[in-house]
Design a protein around this ligand. Structure first.
Ligand SMILES: [Zn+2]
Length: 335
């Protein structure tokens, strides 16, 4: 039953292959639970276990630890999955997620919390309240920014516009032109967050809506080339805005067999992005992947499954020269 429900969540155009991917995702999650998220060394100097980070670096001046938390494709999962013996029984839910975020904020000084879209659609809460509850809960949890997913158009642009006053965080999408729509001027290209003098630039990218969302729902929204917009926006953040670190909130999807634009292509064809937080493909990851960008510099890509079952987490250490960053990554199960 849950599986049927999962398939129905995926919107138009999802195939048996997608259902197969979902099953793989379920297996991945089970494996992750079994391992209790024991750190894999990953054979890279970028990944350090939290116990091995040298204390003298932490104590040095002009060093900052930033904790980046993120979710994607929560799909109106306000409550945990029902206790019906299915794969995710009892897992997820807004209360547990809020509790985990609160606990992390109590121990970490600098925290940023993001969502990568598809907040809406999937339970009767959305059908009944049109997204009001999702936005109110995210605001209470202290989300710093979100991008928009294709399902966030499911109540139409008027529906989205109606719910925006229930948020206290910005929506960031640099490749949708909303100028002839009811949300014109309400969605931003990017934001810069300051933590202890370090500047973190964050921008968003949305998926092509044509073929995924009925045109009547996205109206006059114009989709712009995500690679072009990403290069443009990331260059502004790195240049004019003087950002030390650039994060892209993407709803493009992790990867596709048919060559459709995805987070991996995005990483390979751009400059100036340090981290891509993704969504749409419901990909469960224990830790980020690393992909070389256009100039050969490593970009991290992370995604946190779907339905609020995982909280993505990256701890970034900014060192005094602001060039090298060591990262500890441990996505956490919300259980
Ligand atoms: Zn999506």
């Amino acid at each position: 039953m849950v599986r049927n429900h999962l398939s129905s969540l995926c919107g138009n155009g999802f195939s048996d292959q997608h259902a197969k991917n979902m099953r793989t995702n379920q297996q991945q999650l089970t494996t992750m639970k079994r391992r209790s998220f024991l750190k894999k060394a990953a054979g890279s100097t970028l990944f350090l276990s939290s116990g091995s980070f040298p204390l003298e670096v932490l104590a040095a001046p002009e060093t900052m630890k930033l904790t980046i938390l993120h979710t994607n494709d929560v799909h109106s999962r306000i409550e945990p999955f029902p206790m019906d013996g299915s794969d995710y029984a009892g897992m997820g839910g807004a209360a547990k997620r809020a509790g985990l975020i609160k606990k992390i904020r109590a121990t970490e000084k600098n925290v940023l919390l993001f969502d990568c879209g598809d907040i809406f659609q999937g339970t009767p809460y959305f059908n009944k309240f049109g997204g009001e509850l999702e936005f109110k809960l995210m605001s209470k949890m202290g989300y710093d920014a979100s991008t928009l997913g294709n399902h966030d158009f499911d109540a139409g642009l008027d529906g989205l516009n109606k719910q925006l006053p229930h948020t206290n965080f910005p929506f960031l999408v640099s490749n949708y032109d909303f100028s002839d729509t009811p949300v014109a001027g309400k969605i931003e290209d990017y934001r810069v967050f300051e933590k202890e003098g370090f500047r973190i630039g964050v921008f968003g990218l949305g998926i092509e809506l044509e073929g995924l969302v009925p045109p009547v729902l996205f109206g006059e929204t114009r989709h712009l080339d995500p690679i072009k917009q990403a290069n443009k926006t990331a260059a502004i953040l790195r240049g004019e805005e003087g950002c030390d670190y650039v994060i892209c909130l993407s709803h493009l999807g992790y990867t596709y067999k048919n060559g459709k634009i995805c987070d991996i292509t995005l990483a390979k064809q751009t400059n100036n992005i340090d981290l891509i937080l993704g969504g749409h493909t419901h990909t469960f990851m224990e830790q980020p992947d690393q992909v070389a960008n256009k100039s050969g510099k490593m970009v991290l890509i992370n995604q946190a499954g779907w339905a609020g079952l995982l909280l993505g987490r990256l701890d970034v250490f900014f060192e005094h020269n602001r060039k090298s960053k060591c990262i500890t990554c441990k996505n956490q199960v919300i259980n």
